[in-house]
Design a binder for this molecule. Structure first.
Ligand code: ZN
Length: 234
């Protein structure tokens, strides 16, 4: 085996059972591998190649075929979910802070409530048995953010007038990405055609990256706005 051709890849039926989570991806599965061979898979084409290079969740995608089998896979998936929850939680804290800027006691309660909700979300995400349940783990956090956006829309919440649009785009992209992932689009309509490129998981990765960029831009808008703002009773 050399670095650029890689080992013989497997089809769905012959792939390790814990990797058979998308029946519309028919080929390109890496065999069970050592750490070293997992790392080598950075340099040849297989059906997780695109996922590795389009995301921060590199470890999950890179080592999912490790010889440790299903227990290693489950641990990696838990870490991956934990990372998603961390972005969801930390990313929302500035939004809560600025939306409730002029209501200090409500702000503290909201922060605490969001953190508790996030803890619950992490628990649900790492113990979820399917992609649908995994997506559902984030529903409560999303609802909470939606309430904050409504406060801003009605004028009760504070924040830059332009950031709301950016935050809404952020959540719409994340939701669409999650829906594409659970609906297995487009490979569902043409099994085998998207084994290497443009399958649902890769599309989801790209939408999540865009979503995080919108969070970044929205937060920058808010922080700039914050410098020049004083609450009415100050
Ligand atoms: Zn992924």
């Amino acid at each position: 085996m050399d670095y650029f051709t890689g080992p013989k890849l497997l089809d769905f039926k012959n792939s390790p059972p814990h990797l058979q989570f998308n029946k519309f991806v028919l080929t390109g599965y890496r065999p069970i591998s050592t750490y070293r061979d997992c790392l080598r898979s950075l340099f040849y084409l297989h059906n997780e190649f695109g996922n590795i290079y389009t995301h921060g969740s590199v470890f999950y995608h890179l080592f999912m075929n490790h010889e440790g089998g299903a227990p290693i896979y489950d641990t990696l998936l838990s870490f991956d979910m934990f990372g998603v929850c961390l972005v969801n939680t930390l990313g929302a804290l500035p939004i809560i802070h600025i939306t409730l800027l002029c209501y200090p006691s409500s702000r503290r309660v909201a922060m605490l409530a969001y953190l508790l909700l996030s803890g619950y979300g992490v628990h649900r995400a790492v113990t979820a048995q399917s992609n649908v349940h995994r997506l559902q783990s984030f529903v409560w956090q999303a609802m909470f953010r939606f309430i904050l956006f409504m406060l801003r829309l009605t004028g009760a919440g504070r924040g830059s007038p332009t950031s709301l649009r950016l935050y809404l785009t952020m959540d719409i992209l994340a939701l669409l990405g999650g829906l594409v992932n659970i609906s297995r689009l487009p490979e569902r309509f043409s099994p085998g055609r998207f084994d290497y490129w443009f399958n649902s998981h890769q599309i989801m990765h790209i939408m999540v990256i865009l979503s995080i960029m919108y969070l970044h831009w929205g937060t920058l808008e808010d922080l700039t706005w914050l410098k020049g703002y004083h609450c009415p009773d100050e």
